[in-house]
Design a binder for this molecule. Structure first.
Ligand code: URA
Length: 306
């Protein structure tokens, strides 16, 4: 016998969709089968026929997106009949080649003169896939002129809902770590390598990281902190441009210079991520040592002897 299905209430439907989104599901399955192999082959054939750089109206090859003309995500065309059938496959791909998205990001980030402008610019930046599944932009928070800037990996579920970095369990632990060396959270600047939550909390891809990099670099330039701390391996690898493992890297002072004035550097250090410390409490002894080293550095800078 066929069980009768009762329609979901709007609240239950919304909860189900939120659950799908949190689990990283970003495409729906339609009633009719769909041959993805045939579609891919057709797309490849179509691409092969197109010129690599389509000519612009002026006849020049388009290699970069001009300022003020956002690289709009091109919606993937649905096969005939499916759009009318309710468009079972939402457009989830931002069809902007990575190099163009990165060039666009560089140009836009460089044109932001203040943190507010940078936030606005990011809010209007459509060339990164991550924004399609995120609920909000998590730009960063804390003192815009802080001496200390902390960079995490990516917003999680709580941060995505709140629109602020490090507000969940690991954020609360981070606050306690800072308090342990006499720092209040709102006196430091906090942001992440990417400003949108990756679906299902997966790691950002290298392309997503590179597309977001110019915004992070500009964020650092505009805050001009005296000390930079990378929380966890992905942040350390991206910001300090190293492939070394976090367990070897943590606690060692290095310098950050990217995008600062000529010859200008600031001390930078990687620390273990608070979420990792919550999972591996035995590692907290390393974090404590690193926090003491950070306090020493900040005190020395304040005294003008670092
Ligand atoms: N983990 C991060 O790396 N960043 C956040 O904002 C929250 C958790």
């Amino acid at each position: 016998m066929h069980a009768e299905t009762s329609p979901l209430s709007p609240q239950a439907a919304a909860a189900l969709i939120a659950w799908f989104r949190d689990a990283g599901i970003d495409a729906l399955v339609s009633e009719a089968p769909r041959d993805r192999f045939a579609e891919t082959a057709a797309e490849a054939a179509e691409r092969a026929e197109r010129p690599a750089h389509p000519p612009t109206p002026e006849g020049r090859a388009a290699v970069a997106v001009p300022a003020g003309s956002p690289a709009q995500p091109a919606e993937r065309a649905l096969p005939q009949g499916e759009a009318e059938a309710g468009g079972a496959f939402p457009a989830t791909a931002v069809a902007v080649p990575d190099e163009i998205a990165i060039a666009d990001a560089r140009e836009r980030a460089a044109s932001a003169a203040t943190l507010d402008e940078l936030r606005e610019t990011l809010a209007g930046f459509t060339s990164c896939n991550l924004r399609l599944t995120a609920s909000s932009l998590v730009f960063g928070d804390g003192d815009p002129q802080a001496d200390l800037m902390l960079i995490g990996e990516a917003p999680g579920r709580e941060e995505d809902l709140a629109g602020h970095p490090f507000v969940g369990r690991s954020g609360q632990f981070l606050n306690r770590m800072l308090e342990a060396i006499g720092l209040e959270r709102d006196r430091v600047r906090v942001t992440n390598t990417v400003p949108w939550r990756p679906p299902g909390n997966r790691a950002p891809t290298p392309a997503e990281t590179e597309i977001c990099r110019p915004f992070l670099t500009r964020h650092i330039q505009l805050v001009r902190p005296k000390v930079l701390i990378c929380l966890g391996s992905p942040s350390a690898k991206m910001v300090l441009q190293t492939q070394e493992g976090i367990l070897r890297l943590r606690g060692r002072w290095t310098s950050y210079s990217f995008g600062l004035g000529p010859g200008e550097t600031i001390p930078a250090m990687a620390m273990l991520h608070p979420a990792y410390l919550l999972r591996q409490p035995a590692q907290k002894r390393h974090a404590w040592r690193d926090l003491l080293s950070l306090k020493e550095k900040l005190d020395a800078l304040a005294a003008g002897s670092a």
